[in-house]
Design a protein around this ligand. Sequence first.
Ligand code: SAM
Length: 293
Amino acid sequence: MWCAIWGAECLRAMKPGAFLLAFGSPRTHHRLAAGLEDAGLEIRDTLVWLHSRGISKSRRYPGGRATTLKPAIEPIVVARAPLDGTTEETIRRHGTGALNAEACRVEGRHPADAVASHDERCSEEACVADCAVALLDAAAAGGENGVGVQLPPSRFLYCTKPSRAERDAGCERFPEHPFNLLPSTKTSGPTRNPHPTLKPIELMRWLVRLASPEGGLVLDPFTGSGTTGVAAALEGRRFCGIEIDEGYLRIAAARIEHWTKVGRKEEAACSRARPGAPARGSVRRPTGSRRRR
Ligand SMILES: C[S@@+](CC[C@H](N)C(=O)[O-])C[C@H]1O[C@@H](n2cnc3c(N)ncnc32)[C@H](O)[C@@H]1O
């Protein structure tokens, strides 16, 4: 019911053929999809974000039993507002209706509906054993962690986890909070952006580029600490955010301001280096290079 209510409000603001991407949880994403469908949107796909960072919330029972598994995926429901005529007519009239597959190619290939993130504990040099990316690579190589299936991992977008620097950039004027999503690792510690479900900028940039037209207006009705707005700024889209928590709203505004400046500087540097080069979308990977592949 809740998803149908906010879905209908989004649909009211969307252009015909515009896309809505909504992160869900493995346990409840079917309700999310049903709610969006009830609101009048058309379900087009479900992306899977494989991150291996979830923490099992199961209680332990005698005999090593558990009621839930460790969550390692987050489904992303891909829905579309009704078209205005055919897809071709909607593209021509509104610039919406289709995904920007070409702009989102991964290693030169048509994008797949799966994205993988490194584990919190991976370093630039090496992945930890249960990192989603390491497991995919091992599977492709038929290595000892693999299941012997020849998967081409280049079909998937690999993105870095948000580092502490990425989480806090632009938030220097805010106080530090304790942050212990994974108390056993050295990654825990104080942060100025304590949002518990912060998304990686690289992932959000790819999704913004995929689902919205260049120069389009991106709406995030659950803005949190503003990663969608950061991605929109870096991809040359306008942004409108809604957030119920004033503290997160201030953090979101500061992060978007910071990354907008970073984007402008890098864009200027790009066009100085290559006069006439397309500036938007050329500012890649704000979080640094990829880890071992
Ligand atoms: C999953 S988080 C978004 C995280 C964000 N993508 C980021 O990277 O920081 C969802 C946010 O929705 C906000 N929220 C929940 N209910 C809301 C409502 N009714 N109106 C506006 N915001 C709401 C929560 O405070 C939370 O910050």
